[in-house]
Design a protein. Structure first.
Length: 285
């Protein structure tokens, strides 16, 4: 009974922490991107035949990063971005550092520059910056920064549903802060918005995109309990599923714990009653 009570207490504490995380403040999008939009194309395939140049100068195709049976975190950024890209990628790295999974082993990270003038040398400097911040040995092959021609960039952005524009007077790009989590075969699984990526959100998004191929049984259980809330950019508790779990827990308590306990009590009372009657009969004789 004590172990079961401990389980129930742990479950209640977990649900309380879930609601606390859900209530956290979300950052408001900068005014420079309010006119831009993201048109979600969930489950749609990406144009994997598009050609780009990686940070070593090698010609590659998007398909090259979807051959390892791992989910891919995909982002549109550019190295000369004055603020937003740095905020977004820094927040992502911090979130990924909290995961026990590693880039290049359980998932891939892929950033494509929206600036057609960006060189592979500049992309390499950006890669080294964030890889150094990630600071996990043996994972360099999981970080990919690409540059390419305008036609390929435009085609990819349209397939992703991410709108951006070049502001001539400022000589910079306005774009939304959004990451895509994609399935190993190149379909869009989830959009993550903002410049804050909590561990739990990243973990559940990767479990979902991998279709259960990474993560533990507990991770898949948590995914069952949560749904993605696009308004808050987080995975929120699903009331229906939590009620199902509550119902299951009630049935479990009744069938596995209380009923045997009651039966044991009744049996014990029966034995005590029989013993008492025997003693009374003996005394009477």
């Amino acid at each position: 009974m004590k172990s079961f009570q401990f389980f129930i207490l742990t479950l209640l504490i977990w649900l309380s922490s879930v609601m606390s995380v859900q209530a956290q403040r979300m950052e408001k999008a900068p005014k420079s991107i309010e006119s831009l939009d993201v048109v979600e194309h969930l489950k749609s395939p990406l144009p994997l035949g598009l050609e780009f140049q990686d940070s070593s100068g090698k010609q590659v195709k998007l398909d090259d990063y979807f051959k390892n049976n791992r989910p891919v975190i995909l982002s549109l950024n550019y190295s000369n971005c004055p603020m937003l890209c740095s905020l977004q990628l820094t927040a992502l790295v911090r979130g990924l550092k909290e995961l026990e999974w590693s880039a290049g082993q359980q998932y891939e990270f892929l950033s494509v520059s929206i600036d057609p003038k960006e060189t592979y040398q500049r992309a390499n400097l950006t890669k080294q910056k964030y890889f150094k911040e990630y600071n996990r040995a043996g994972t360099a092959d999981g970080w990919h920064f690409l540059c390419g021609k305008q036609a390929a960039i435009t085609t990819l952005a349209e397939a992703m549903g991410v709108q951006y524009k070049y502001i001539e007077e400022r000589q910079e790009y306005a774009h939304p802060a959004v990451l895509l989590v994609c399935t190993p075969d190149g379909r869009i699984s989830r959009y993550l918005y903002g410049v804050n990526f909590p561990k739990q959100t990243l973990k559940l998004a990767l479990v979902e995109a991998s279709e259960g191929k990474i993560g533990t049984t507990i991770d898949r259980f948590l995914l069952f309990c949560f749904h993605y809330d696009a308004d808050s950019g987080r995975y929120a508790p699903t009331a229906r599923n939590i009620m199902k779990i509550g119902g299951f827990a009630t049935v479990f308590i009744l069938t596995v714990v209380l009923i045997p306990y009651w039966r044991g009590r009744k049996g014990k009372q029966g034995i005590e009653t029989a013993a008492s009657q025997t003693m009374e009969t003996t005394e009477g004789s």
